[in-house]
Design a protein around this ligand. Structure first.
Ligand code: ASP
Ligand code: MG
Length: 428
C-alpha cells in the first residue's frame, strides 16, 4: 500500500479566489489517492470570529461584523462558482448555524467552550468551499469532518489529543476512503468525549497535520507557506534572512518553542517520534526546494532570531524576609498551569521570581488575584521577547537600540531579552 502524505494549507494560502486557484494548480499534478489535505480558515477569518465572540460577550452589536465575514466568503465563491452552484446554500446554512451559536450567551465562565464552538466555523466553511471548487475542477476530493478524527480532552481552546482514540478513528475512517480518493479536512479542530467541538490552540492546523500523519504512519507532511521555507528570522521583522535547506527536529522544535511562527510548536514532536519528515514549502513557488526537517540534518551554525510580541513581564516578590525556594516556584507554576499559561522566560533572584508570558484575555487579572496575598506583584505589558539561538557570534546591541531593556539572559547557546519601544508608555 502506498503511504499517505499530508499537505497543510494555512489561511494565507487561501485568502482570496486567486489563492484558491493557485492551490488548485499546486494540486493538479500532485493530487493522488492517499493524500490528506488539512486546511485552515481563510485569511484572517479566525481573528474576525474571535472579535465576534468578544463583541457578543460584551453585549455589543456584532451583526455588522458577521455580515462582513459572510460577504468575504460569498465574494470568493462568486469568483469561483456559477450563480446556481450548491456551494451557496451550503455557505448560507453554515452562517445560519454560526448565527445561532452567537445567540447563546457568552460569559467568562463558558468563554472557552463557546470560543471553540464558534471559531471552528472558519475551518468548516473554508473546507466546504475548497472541496467544492476542487471537485468543480475535476480534482475529486472527499470532505471529512475533522471532529470525527481528532479526539481530545475537554480543555477547550487548548485541547489535548487522545492519541489512542484519534489513531483508531483516523485509520478506521480515512483508510478506506484514501484507497480511492484524496481527503480534505479541517485543521485546528477536534472533539471531546461528550462530542463538543474543541480547538488545539491558535495556528493549530500544523499540529492537526502532524496528528493525522502520526496516526496514519504517513510518508511525509508538507506545510505550504508564503515564505520559501524555514528562515532564520521573520522577514516581516528582520530585513536580512537566510533559508535553512534542512533542519533537525530538535532545532526546529526549539525555534518554534521560542516563538518562530513558521510552524506550530506542537507539530514537531509527533513527527520526530515516528521519523516522518516535514517539508516547509512556498505556495508561491511550489517547485522550489523549501526546507526539509528530519532526523539526519547536519548541525546548524546560522543564528536564528525570533521575536514574540504582546508579552507581559511579571515579577513576584516575597513579602517576608525569606528567600525564593522551590515552594514559591511551584506555587506560581501551579497557578500558571491552571490558567494554561506557558512561561516564555524565567529569571530568579534571591527574593523574586520573574516570568514572561503571553498576554491573554482575563488571565493576567486572574493570576494576580490568585497570588496577590502571597507575593508583592509588579508587571509590565506590551513587551517583546527577543530570542537568538546559536548566539555565539552576534552583536545584540543594534537589536536593542531604541528599546528599553527590561530583562536579559544569556546561556551557552541562547540569548533572550525583554524589550519595550522607548516611546511606549509604562502601564504600571
Ligand atoms: N485558523 C486557525 C488560526 O488562525 C488555525 C490555523 O490557521 O492554523 O489560528
Ligand atoms: Mg493560520
Amino acid at each position: 500500500m502506498t503511504k499517505t502524505i499530508i499537505f497543510k494549507f494555512g489561511g494565507a494560502s487561501i485568502k482570496d479566489a486567486d489563492s484558491i486557484k493557485n492551490l488548485t494548480e499546486i494540486l493538479r499534478n500532485r493530487l493522488r489517492n492517499r493524500i490528506v489535505l488539512v486546511v485552515s480558515a481563510m485569511g484572517k477569518t479566525t481573528n474576525t470570529l474571535e472579535n465576534l465572540i468578544r463583541l457578543r460577550m460584551k453585549n455589543l452589536e456584532y451583526s455588522k461584523e458577521c455580515t462582513i465575514l459572510k460577504n468575504f466568503h460569498l465574494e470568493i465563491c462568486q469568483q469561483l462558482f456559477p450563480k446556481d452552484h450548491p456551494v451557496f446554500p451550503r455557505i448560507d446554512n453554515l452562517f445560519s448555524q454560526l448565527q445561532n451559536q452567537l445567540q447563546t450567551s457568552i460569559t467568562p465562565s463558558n468563554y472557552d467552550e463557546s470560543y471553540d464552538r464558534i471559531v471552528s466555523f472558519g475551518e468548516l466553511i473554508s473546507t466546504r468551499i475548497i472541496a467544492e471548487y476542487l471537485c468543480s475542477q475535476d480534482l475529486v476530493v472527499v470532505w471529512q469532518d475533522a471532529r470525527e478524527l481528532i479526539q481530545t480532552s475537554s480543555d477547550f481552546r487548548f485541547a489535548k489529543v487522545d492519541w489512542e482514540k484519534t489513531r483508531k478513528q483516523s485509520k478506521r475512517i480515512l483508510n478506506p476512503i484514501l484507497d480511492q480518493f484524496p481527503v480534505i479536512t479541517q485543521g485546528f479542530i477536534g472533539r471531546e468525549a461528550k462530542c463538543q467541538t474543541t480547538t488545539l490552540g491558535r495556528e493549530g492546523s500544523d499540529f492537526s497535520a502532524a496528528i493525522l500523519a502520526s496516526s496514519l504512519d504517513a510518508a511525509s507532511v508538507t506545510i505550504w507557506k508564503d515564505v520559501p521555507g524555514v528562515l532564520n528570522a521573520d522577514p516581516k521583522i528582520f530585513p536580512e534572512t537566510q533559508k535553512f535547506d534542512e533542519l533537525g527536529y530538535k532545532e526546529a522544535a526549539e525555534m518554534t518553542y521560542f516563538g518562530a511562527s513558521v510552524i506550530h510548536p506542537k507539530t514537531i514532536k509527533p513527527l520526530a517520534n515516528k521519523g516522518i519528515p516535514l517539508f516547509v514549502k512556498s505556495f508561491l513557488n511550489p517547485d522550489a526546494g523549501g526546507t526539509k526537517i528530519h532526523g539526519q540534518a547536519s548541525n546548524q551554525e546560522v543564528p536564528a532570531f525570533i521575536l514574540k510580541k504582546d508579552q507581559i513581564l511579571i515579577t513576584f516578590k516575597v513579602t517576608d524576609f525569606t528567600f525564593i525556594d522551590e515552594g514559591h516556584i511551584h506555587q506560581i507554576y501551579d497557578r500558571l498551569k491552571a490558567l494554561k499559561l506557558r512561561v516564555n522566560m524565567l529569571q530568579l533572584s534571591a527574593i523574586s521570581v520573574s516570568v514572561v508570558i503571553d498576554d491573554e484575555l482575563f488571565k493576567l487579572e486572574r493570576l494576580l488575584n490568585q497570588l496577590k496575598n502571597d507575593f508583592e506583584i509588579r508587571f509590565n505589558s506590551g513587551l517583546e521577547l527577543l530570542t537568538i539561538l546559536n548566539y555565539k557570534k552576534i552583536d545584540s546591541e543594534p537589536l536593542l537600540e531604541g528599546y528599553d531593556l527590561l530583562l536579559e539572559q544569556t546561556t551557552r547557546n541562547t540569548f533572550q531579552a525583554v524589550r519595550r519601544k522607548i516611546e511606549d508608555q509604562e502601564k504600571v
